[in-house]
Ligand binder design. Structure first.
Ligand code: TNX
Length: 516
């Protein structure tokens, strides 16, 4: 009992003192005294990999506060120290004493995260001083991601950079980029120029909209921008469904569709289709250093009805002994999984790929919250899994009952409290979340219902902050009321960063519909 009281005392102290940091550090010990923040401060480090991080740190602090930071080759007031005993790639130790602040890490990633915590400490120090402390911190999950769909609506480089910037402040480390889907193809492929000259025209709300896409130079710039912030970008080229934009450009590879989803699929019966798609993936892999490539694989049944009419698909079914269209779909996935293996990459697919029996061990994104059996099967097959169930991790679902823009699933939606409560077995149909094959979590932002950057940001913020804490902070130290308090500082950061957000802490005061 006594020890329990002591534990509670330290626990409460520690979370109240780390008031300003999101995600909440996993261990925080307050100490006596304060560090008084001067008007300008020096910073130093020995390792080049660490000092490289200083200019971005200075810029981001200066954007949020008036503190000036100068780099010095002597011992600075802030010191970046490489400590090989800190073995986690993303782990860091941050010590604040009255004279000095040190950030220690074994790797640049950890040093970067230590600096993000420090940025938030400085910003949150409303009285001009930081409570002396020691933080020893590392993430709960290795995959802490967000997906953005730029096919349905295109938002462009500046918006993507803005999101990446705020992701990095929150220690999120994966940006999954949904670059192709039915309304538009958004990535330049040099070998197949029509994919963008024709396929990039239109969007979900206006099929006549001008072509919008990223050139390969722009992609390279964004990949670099993300890497500087320790964010890995994973491209998705969706197949064999969601392919209407590609079919507009190269109809010879279309496998038809349905009334509601015309030209929805690629044609799995033609050898040329595999060559075409492999050539595309080859170019894509040269642009993205990530070891992963995502090939979708979702919702094929929306538009594969016409497959039965193609003689080449009929002969494929005979040749491969495929009993039905699911068999054809699985054959397609096997072929593409082989191509990806030859390209030296690891395939990711939506949870539909689980039943294809692939021996190449794809990584799986479990999204169908109503089908926990797919999560179960993925884990039993030994596949590594990222959790992103619609409820509560689809940020195109509304965040408050009264909100109109966005979706609901049989009346259910995704309030910030549920994003914060994730992961828990309540959302996985009782399947254990402590399985080591579960590599992390991700929010998905489908953009059918968002046409402007303002709408988009409104759906992302503040849920992104809750997502970050769910990905980083251990269950034992998480507390929603405490998170809600810490959101005061974060809200200020949102305002200084000019993002549109849902002010959930003051939602009672807002009118019924708060979207823009
Ligand atoms: C399902 S999740 C989709 C998307 C939609 C989304 C809308 C998934 C793999 N497919 O194509 O945009 O629902 O919430």
């Amino acid at each position: 009992m006594f020890y329990r009281l002591i534990f509670c005392f330290f626990f409460i102290c520690s979370i109240s003192q780390a008031q300003t940091i999101i995600p909440l550090p996993n261990s925080y010990k307050p100490d006596n005294g304060f560090f008084k923040i001067p008007e300008s401060i020096t910073i130093s480090g020995i390792e080049k990999e660490f000092t490289k991080l200083i200019p971005a740190f200075s810029t981001s602090v200066q954007k949020l506060s008036s503190l000036r930071i100068t780099e010095t080759t002597k011992n600075g007031t802030i010191r970046l120290i490489r400590n090989p005993k800190i073995t986690g790639r993303e782990a860091y130790r941050l010590k604040v004493n009255p004279q000095q602040i040190t950030v220690e890490a074994g790797f640049p990633d950890g040093c970067f995260y230590g600096l993000q915590s420090l940025t938030q400490l400085i910003h949150g120090a409303k009285t001009g001083q930081i409570v002396c402390c020691e933080m020893v911190d590392q993430p709960r999950f290795e995959w802490r991601g967000m997906m953005l769909d730029e096919s349905r609506h295109f938002f462009g480089m500046e918006e993507v950079k803005k999101i990446l910037n705020l992701m990095s402040l929150h220690k999120l480390n994966k940006f999954h980029w949904h670059l192709t889907d039915s309304p538009g193809w958004r990535i330049e492929i040099k070998q197949y120029p029509l994919l963008t000259t024709l396929g990039a025209k239109g969007n979900y709300s206006n099929p006549e909209a001008d072509a919008k896409f990223y050139t390969q130079n722009e992609i390279a710039e964004i990949v670099r921008y993300a890497a500087d912030r320790f964010i890995e970008i994973i491209p998705e080229i969706d197949m064999p469904g969601h392919a209407t934009a590609a079919a507009k450009a190269y109809p010879e590879f279309s496998g038809g569709g349905s009334k509601k989803f015309p030209d929805f699929t690629f044609n799995p019966g033609k050898e040329g289709t595999y060559q075409f798609l492999t050539n595309i993936l080859k170019e894509v892999t040269t642009l993205f250093p990530s070891k992963f490539i995502h090939i979708g694989g979702d919702e094929v049944s929306y538009g594969n009805q016409q497959w039965v009419d193609f003689p080449e698909i009929q002969s494929l079914m005979k040749r491969e002994n495929a009993k039905d269209l699911i068999g054809v779909e699985h054959y397609f996935l096997k072929r593409m999984a082989d191509s990806i293996q030859k390209l030296g990459k690891t395939m990711i697919g939506w949870d539909e790929v689980v039943s294809a029996g692939l021996t190449t061990h794809p990584r799986v994104m479990w999204w169908r919250q109503d089908q926990p059996k797919m999560l179960d099967l993925a884990l039993k097959s030994g596949y590594e899994v990222i959790l992103c169930p619609r409820i509560p991790l689809y940020f195109d679902f509304v965040q408050a009952e009264s909100h109109k823009a966005g979706r609901k699933w049989a009346g259910k939606f995704a309030p910030i409290e549920s994003v914060y409560a994730f992961p828990s077995e309540e959302f996985t149909g009782g399947i254990s979340i402590s399985n080591p094959l579960i590599k992390g979590l991700q929010a998905n932002l489908w953009t059918e219902t968002m046409q402007t950057a303002e709408n988009l940001e409104f759906m992302i913020f503040p849920r992104l902050s809750a997502l970050a804490e769910s990905g980083w902070t251990n269950q034992e130290v998480k507390s929603f009321p405490n998170f809600r308090d810490r959101m005061a500082t974060m809200t200020d950061i949102y305002q200084k960063s000019a993002v549109h957000f849902f002010d959930f802490r003051n939602s009672e005061k807002e009118s019924e519909i708060t979207e823009l």
